[in-house]
Every structure is written in C-alpha cells, then in structure tokens.
Design a protein around this ligand. Structure first.
Ligand code: ZN
Length: 133
C-alpha cells in the first residue's frame, strides 16, 4: 500500500510515515480508507508537489494521522490531518518556504517555530494564514 502513487512527487508511504505509530504498532495508521487516499492525493497534487519541486530538501514530518495517532500526539480533535487534508513540512530555509507558501492556493497555512502546517481542501480552500511561533 505504501507504494501507491499519490502525485508526481509523492507515494502514500511518505504521507503515512509515523515513528510513533510504528513503535506502538497502530495498524490503522497504515491502512487508510480510499477517501483518505483521495484527499492525500489532492493535497499532494494541489500544493505539496509545487513545494517539493521548488524546495527539493522539503520533508513531511506529519501527514495523515489516524484518529488514535492524532490523539496520542495531541492533535486537535477536528484536525485536517485525520482527513488526509494536511501536512506538516520543513526544509533548511523555512523562511523562504513560508514566503513561497503564502502565495499558493491552500486552505490553511500555519507557521510554527520549526515547521509549517498546510492544508488543502480543493474548491473549499479558505486561504487562511496563522502565525503561531
Ligand atoms: Zn499540522
């Protein structure tokens, strides 16, 4: 399942990866439903591909989170990570990454100290920007 192609730049495994889920053997983290995979594909094609092309060293520190994992890592209960609509990303130059991201089409963009949270919701993108450093 992890080799399913989501977009030009990403396979499913990269969006499911979680040290915590691996360590605790949370199976549902690695067996998402089709709707989740569709959302992850939309997230990748809609924005993450563009970011990866511009910033090849960009890594996803948290993509999809099954409800159990989301609870363990302290995510908010309505987190878009649970629906496969959000990713936390980082690279060597997060300031440049932020400047680039701000001009893209996204649902929500949140700047944290060490990473950027981005969500994508297709036609329903709000373009909301939050600074949370
Ligand atoms: Zn996030």
């Amino acid at each position: 399942m992890e080799y399913i192609i989501l977009s030009n730049q990403f396979r499913l495994g990269e969006l499911l990866r979680s040290e915590t889920a691996t360590r605790l053997n949370i199976i549902e983290q690695f067996t998402p439903k089709a709707q989740i995979i569709n959302n992850l594909s939309s997230l990748c094609m809609g924005i993450l591909d563009k970011v990866k092309v511009k910033f090849p060293d960009m890594v996803i520190t948290s993509g999809y989170r099954c409800p159990v994992l989301n609870k363990i890592v302290g995510g908010v209960s309505n987190s878009q990570h649970i629906r496969g609509q959000a990713a936390d990303i980082t690279c060597k130059d997060n300031a440049a990454l932020w400047r680039f991201m701000k001009n893209q089409n996204f649902d929500q963009l949140i700047l944290y100290k060490d990473y950027i949270h981005v969500s994508y919701n297709g036609y329903f993108n709000r373009g909301e920007i939050i600074i949370n450093k």
